[in-house]
Design a protein around this ligand. Structure first.
Ligand SMILES: Cc1cc2nc3c(=O)[nH]c(=O)nc-3n(C[C@H](O)[C@H](O)[C@H](O)COP(=O)(O)OP(=O)(O)OC[C@H]3O[C@@H](n4cnc5c(N)ncnc54)[C@H](O)[C@@H]3O)c2cc1C
Length: 498
């Protein structure tokens, strides 16, 4: 039986996959597409994570889609509202009927002779193996493993008699009211879960090996409230979005150029929200520079408020061992705990774990170079969405989807079927992600590289990318071919062919 065929196959029905499908439907209405989703629901991250307090840490005017105004007054929104927004978008833009749930894409094989991908998926509801073909493969599969969060091996953990929970797998029935809780970690999840659990727990201790930069921001944006009063929703959304983009870029650039100034500012801001005499340097002054890791936002300073009220505390120390009733630290101190939450992070996973082959040869991701942060050298008719590390993910996701639509039009207009990025002629390659967070460092060797300059460099700069991806050339660093030209010809030849 012939496999199902679509022009574009999107993998993932999270924030990015739904956005990609909307762009495709609006900007390339003549193209057929399907969305493969491994889970049984829309929303990805915003459906999976259910820990107390789950929320965005960037503002929704930039985490929302360019085409669908975020109208909720909360600028930093809870997980339920974000999930509802993604689902509503899928419904309103007629994406739902294109989604094939419970389809886990495993392997994709490119064939230059037919200019097609054959994609193999497994259905976890029926147990069937399914094959589809497509002209263009577009992964929107996020950046981490869904089946398992990251937990380091803690000594003595098997002795611990309390409840151990990872935020990625939160039990629906976990009752922590009146209990002593220890949250291990200092990242975005830890700073979210600590004040949320402190509302009902007897006490919550955030146990961190080393501090993170934490900044309090208002959960409601007064400028946005005013813009909504004076302007129609779409115009208000665009104005606030650009205001937030500009502030974000300025903040990032200042952190890179004058890290000392930003460090002092963040320290002073934290100190101002904590009780006098609090050891800010020990608990809130990291050794690294701002934006070497993502800054942690706490809406309305909720973490600082919980610390000031004595409902929560921070301990900066290392774990010697778990005991039967809690955790013993290197300092000798014991933290009794009825519940331990391991907010220790994610396991990075590129392309949702899909293996790619091109004309029979397996693609080694680590030896590819990312083109405009969204295609891979030597891999034809393929794009992936990876959001910004220093700004909202969706800003980049929207640009990638628009760029894919421009490329598809260009192929049609020029009578070609294949587009392949050509690896840059340089050894000056760097990791694709420049963050020094643990979850990045653990996996960076297996990821594609970036080159020294455009179109191989990720500038992590939205205004610059708008110029490059919405209005810039489509023909730099790539080769366009008709079906039948083997991909190896494209990867070894220099120059471009528009
Ligand atoms: C707790 C948390 C909070 C975050 N907060 C923010 C924030 O405030 N701002 C921000 O910019 N970013 C944030 N991020 C990053 C966040 O993941 C992105 O903002 C965004 O949700 C990513 O959307 P996505 O659709 O690309 O990926 P995901 O949300 O991860 O969705 C990917 C989808 O693809 C599916 N999938 C994966 N592999 C396959 C496969 N092989 N076959 C079929 N389907 C597959 C998954 O099941 C999932 O539904 C946060 C991340 C986490 C974990």
């Amino acid at each position: 039986m012939a496999a199902d065929h679509v022009d574009v196959l999107i993998v993932g029905a999270g924030l990015s996959g739904i956005g990609a499908a909307v762009h495709l439907g609006r900007e390339c209405p003549g193209k057929t597409y399907a969305v493969l989703e491994a889970r049984g629901a829309i929303g990805g991250t915003w459906d999976l994570f259910r820990y107390p307090g789950i929320r965005s840490d960037s503002d929704m005017y930039t985490l929302g889609y360019s085409f669908e105004p975020w109208t909720d007054p909360k600028a930093i929104a809870d997980g339920d509202s974000i999930r509802a927004y993604v689902r509503r978008t899928a419904r309103e833009y007629d994406v739902e009927r294109h989604i094939r749930f419970h389809h886990w894409a495993l392997r994709a094989e490119w064939d230059s002779a037919t200019a097609r991908w054959t994609v193999h998926a497994h259905r976890d509801d029926t147990g069937e193996d399914v094959t589809l073909t497509c002209g263009f493969l577009f992964t929107n599969s996020g950046y981490y493993r869904y089946d398992e969060g990251y937990t380091p091996r803690f000594p003595g953990v098997e002795r611990y008699a309390g409840t151990l929970v990872h935020p990625q797998h939160w039990p629906d029935d976990l009752d922590y009211a009146g209990k002593r809780v220890v949250v291990i970690g200092s990242g975005a999840t830890a700073v979210t879960v600590v004040p949320a659990m402190a509302e009902r727990a007897a006490h919550v201790t955030m146990l961190q090996r080393s501090p993170t930069y934490v900044i309090a921001l208002p959960s409601r944006d007064r400028f946005a409230d005013a813009a909504r009063r004076w302007l129609p929703p779409k115009a208000a959304y665009a104005v606030v979005r650009w205001k937030n983009v500009t502030l974000g870029v300025a903040n990032f650039q200042l952190s890179r150029r004058a890290p000392g100034v930003v460090k002092r500012f963040l320290r002073r801001a934290a100190k101002g929200r904590l009780p006098s005499g609090y050891d800010v340097d020990r608990h809130f002054s990291p050794r690294y520079d701002p934006w070497d890791q993502r800054l942690c936002v706490v809406p309305d300073g909720d973490l600082f408020a919980a610390l000031s009220a004595g409902r929560a505390s921070v301990v900066t120390d290392t774990i010697d061992t778990f005991t039967e009733h809690g955790i013993r630290l290197a300092s000798g101190e014991e933290l009794p705990a009825d519940v331990v939450v391991t907010a220790t992070g994610l396991n990075l996973l590129a392309l949702g774990g899909i293996t790619l082959t091109v004309d029979g040869a397996e693609v080694d991701l680590a030896s590819t170079v990312a083109y405009k942060g969204m295609m891979l050298s030597g891999v034809p008719n393929f794009a992936m969405t990876i959001g910004y590390t220093n700004a909202s993910w969706t800003l980049k996701a929207d640009l990638v989807a628009t760029y894919v639509c421009r490329l598809l039009h260009h192929l049609d207009d020029t009578g070609r079927q294949i587009v392949t990025p050509l690896a840059p002629d340089t050894d000056d390659l760097e990791p694709i992600i420049d963050l020094k967070s643990g979850y990045v460092l653990r996996a960076v060797d297996q990821l594609p590289k970036q080159g020294p300059q455009a179109p191989w460099r990720l500038h992590q700069n939205y205004p610059r990318d708008v110029r490059l991806m919405r209005h810039g050339p489509l023909t730099d660093g790539v080769r366009f071919d008709r079906a039948g030209v083997p991909a190896t010809a494209a990867t070894t030849s220099g120059g471009t062919d528009a």
